[in-house]
Design a protein around this ligand. Structure first.
Ligand SMILES: [Zn+2]
Length: 264
């Protein structure tokens, strides 16, 4: 079984309807034997990437698709908190994603606290975008693992997922998350050619993933960041790791099943 815990319903160059992208996604999942996927909405109005309400509609009647919730930090108000809580309670959203670096907001910003509380209450992972954006190394200041570390220490019951491993500084990401049992990593974008090149090559990516699961066997979950990144490249990356078949299955689905409330 494979669960892709990080992808989007979006298009890159050629304009397509979200309904068509969803159909393409489901057939791509069939072809690659991906059983379930968690769709992450964009947190700003974006004609190219489905937002919270669109994704809610797109995954609603599809057993194979789950979603995360997201907001801009200045949208955290009573009305939206009630909406997010309802989504968590009904398991309509299985994670909450923030985008520090896309947004000039730190994960430790006090305005996230009501969301952090809800995530803890419903045992929903708090997912954090990390790393540089293409051509914008300065934005990594906002998602630096030092901030994530202080959040993890302050809220030991909060399950935190680091997306993109703070690329290209993988070793720093590994070191700063030492001895933190509530930190997880998704593999999204780690097989992307630019990420691989900038982070020190494929061997480096493999080494850091192996080190991470040796440190804590349930701490790596499979994700791709499709459609920006490829299904096959990510599947091949996990299959190429020098680890047991059981450890690969942990990454492909068992760790996600433990982490996210995937029930439909
Ligand atoms: Zn993504």
């Amino acid at each position: 079984m494979i669960i892709d815990s990080h992808l989007h319903i979006s298009y890159l160059k050629k304009k397509k309807s979200f309904t068509l992208i969803r159909r393409n996604l489901l057939s791509l999942m069939d072809r690659n034997k991906v059983n379930y996927a968690i769709v992450i909405p964009d947190n700003v109005p974006n004609p190219q990437c489905a937002g919270l309400d669109d994704v809610n509609e797109l995954v609603k009647n599809e057993k194979r698709l789950f979603m995360m919730a997201t907001l801009l930090v200045n949208e955290v108000n009573n009305e939206n908190l009630a909406k997010i809580e309802n989504m968590f309670r009904k398991k309509l959203a299985v994670g909450f994603k923030i985008f520090p670096g896309h947004d000039p907001v730190y994960p430790t910003d006090h305005r996230w606290l009501p969301i952090v509380d809800l995530c803890q209450k419903y045992k929903i992972p708090f997912v954090i975008h990390t790393g540089i954006n293409s051509g914008r190394p300065d934005v990594a200041e906002y998602n630096d693992p030092k901030h994530i570390r202080s959040l993890a220490l302050k809220f030991p019951k909060l399950k935190i997922v680091i997306a993109h491993y703070f690329w290209p500084r993988l070793d720093y990401g590994f070191k700063l998350t030492e001895l933190l049992p509530n930190i997880y990593f998704d593999t999204s974008a780690l097989a992307d050619p630019e990420v691989v090149r900038e982070s020190g090559g494929l061997k480096k990516i493999r080494d850091i993933l192996v080190k991470t699961i040796k440190r804590k066997s349930d701490s790596v979950i499979y994700g791709t960041d499709w459609p920006i990144c490829s299904f096959t490249k990510h599947i091949n990356l996990i299959n190429s790791l020098p680890i047991s078949a059981k450890a690969k299955q942990d990454i492909f689905f068992r760790n996600s099943l433990k982490l996210f409330p995937l029930e439909k």
